[in-house]
Design a protein around this ligand. Structure first.
Ligand SMILES: NC(=O)c1ccc[n+]([C@@H]2O[C@H](COP(=O)([O-])OP(=O)(O)OC[C@H]3O[C@@H](n4cnc5c(N)ncnc54)[C@H](O)[C@@H]3O)[C@@H](O)[C@H]2O)c1
Length: 507
């Protein structure tokens, strides 16, 4: 086990890493090329721990014991007796390589060098060292003490035993070690690419506004934050850099294509919270929410017809229509005046209405994959009569559940975002970047998703996810939506998505 840890770089991450290990009772020495940064970091950690003690989250003795574990180094050679050195300096390959070269001249031959880089290749950083086998990635998330996960990244030449030692150290602090090879975005920033990029595709296609997409994904799929809220929180500059970096490192694989919508927003300084405006507006750091649009009341004069035979869905639709004073027809075909609700899966409203030869002006789509309890989504198309839409919207909101109206899309909003998240998770498992269990846990801990990608797939049905992807692929004819072999095989064989594969082949 490690006895003395040197942390180089005392910014947002360095101070969090130092606090984490000091709280676990390990001696930590903090260094920064700007000595005042170390002083600021130590003062910040002191304040944080004292506040935690005052609030009863730790005892006063624990706080002072943790503080006693920390010290400042004014020069790099003062880290000579550390057995683990973790760098959290500026995100620049040359700077990190130069630092590791300098450190190798100072520390013991068996000391371990770890990098907290979020986007650079661990192998490339290590390539500057005389002993690349002692270099690994140790990628924490911000804020370090609260985000209970760290990626332990194996460079091409990293000693496998080192990965186990770092993983054991992480576990000692209560953090989950996600072991992963050195690949673009590592595990978490790779798995996180689907959510935002698909939301941007939906926006770029004119399907729905950012606030609508956020509401649908929060209420429909249980995400804590919508993708546009997340862009604003992280900062569009940071998001764009990660998106571009992963996309380029995978040689422009269309699964990761960033959106053309971002560059002009960046140029305009619409970075998000930190600049006061992004996809939303902020005043003194507080979101200024736009009220949800309300519809003008209309008389409901038409009966409704629903294409779904699913009893639960029919019951719920009939119940809300009853509140609205409207009838749900039971016939196999709609009557002459009925508003027809179709429930497509991986298809847009136009295709399904045309295929079923339903009356264009009176037919629209209702999202049912995500249930009807928290928010309902109606999808219109270019031929829909405004009076039919107005009646459908009003009738489906009669019990107080909000209704979102979006434009035609293959897979509404939730279906296609969900399918892309699950598909990318499957691809990550297929490429041996993580086992199913590690992938799901890491994504939940680091990205705050309500479920990991594979668990998400199981909850909504892997066969349905595959059908949505096939629909997207057929309509757009883009390799972005190609189904991962991991997903396809498990659907074909009727196996759960977390069915593992031989892991002995490390890719
Ligand atoms: N901020 C995040 O959310 C986050 C999350 C995960 C990983 N990371 C990674 O962690 C690293 C640090 O990020 P941060 O947000 O803490 O940055 P930061 O700017 O807050 O802090 C960096 C610190 O490093 C110091 N520094 C720069 N060059 C140095 C050198 N050659 N030697 C010693 N000190 C030097 C700077 O003075 C500064 O105090 C980066 O590699 C970043 O990609 C950041």
């Amino acid at each position: 086990m490690f006895e003395r840890i040197g942390v180089i770089g005392s910014g947002a991450m360095g101070r969090g890493i130092a606090q984490l290990f000091a709280t676990a009772g390990i001696a930590v020495r903090l260094y920064d090329s700007r000595p005042e940064a170390v002083e600021q970091a130590l003062a910040h950690i002191r304040e944080t721990l004292e506040r935690a003690a005052a609030r009863g989250r730790m005892t006063a003795e624990e706080a002072s014991r943790s503080l006693a574990c920390m010290s400042a180094a004014r020069r790099l050679p003062e880290l000579a007796d550390c057995d683990l050195l973790i760098e959290a300096i500026v995100e620049n390959l040359e700077a990190k390589q130069a630092l590791f070269r300098e450190l190798e001249a100072v520390v013991a031959v068996d000391a371990v060098l770890a990098t907290n880089t979020s986007s650079l290749s661990v192998t490339r950083i290590a390539s500057a060292c005389r002993h690349p086998e002692r270099v690994a990635g140790f990628h924490f998330f911000n804020p370090v003490p609260l985000m209970k996960i760290v990626e332990v990244i194996r460079g091409e030449r990293t000693d496998p035993q080192l990965i186990e030692r770092l993983a054991a150290l992480a576990e000692r602090t209560g953090h989950f070690p996600a072991r992963t090879p050195d690949s673009p975005g590592f595990l978490v920033n790779h798995a996180g690419r689907a959510y935002g990029t698909e939301a941007l595709r939906i926006l770029a296609e004119g399907v729905a506004a950012p606030a609508q997409i956020d509401r649908i994904l929060r209420d429909g799929l249980g995400f804590r934050m919508g993708p546009f809220e997340l862009f604003d929180l992280i900062g569009l500059d940071v998001t764009q850099t990660v998106m571009e970096s992963v996309y380029q490192q995978f040689y422009q694989d269309p699964r990761y294509t960033p959106s053309h919508l971002l560059a002009p927003r960046l140029a305009a300084g619409l970075l998000g919270r930190k600049s006061g405006e992004g996809f939303y507006r902020y005043a003194n750091g507080d979101l200024q929410p736009d009220p949800e649009p309300s519809a003008v009341p209309v008389p409901i004069v038409r009966p409704f017809w629903l294409d779904s035979r699913e009893p639960g869905i029919r019951r719920q639709v009939a119940a809300v229509l009853a509140v609205a004073g409207a009838e749900l027809e039971e016939g196999a075909e709609p009557s002459e005046s009925a508003i027809c609700l179709v429930t497509p899966l991986g298809e847009d409203a136009s295709s399904l209405i045309a295929r079923r030869r339903l009356p264009v002006a009176r037919s629209l789509a209702l999202e049912t994959l995500t249930g009807l309890d928290r928010r309902r989504v109606l999808m219109r198309h270019p031929g829909l009569a405004p009076e039919a839409l107005a009646q459908a919207r009003q009738a489906l909101a009669a019990d107080g559940v909000p209704v979102e109206v979006i434009n035609d899309s293959v897979g509404f909003v939730a279906q296609r975002v969900l399918a892309c998240v699950v598909n990318l998770g499957c691809e990550i498992a297929q490429r041996r970047i993580a086992s199913p269990a590690v992938l799901d846990r890491a994504v939940q801990l680091a990205l705050g998703y309500p479920h990991g990608p594979l668990e998400f797939g199981e909850r909504y049905g892997a066969a349905r996810i595959a059908r949505i992807l096939q629909g997207l692929y057929r309509q757009y004819q883009e390799p972005r939506y190609r189904t991962s072999p991991w997903l396809r095989r498990r659907v074909q064989l009727g196996l759960p998505l977390d069915t593992p594969e031989d892991q002995s082949l490390s890719v």
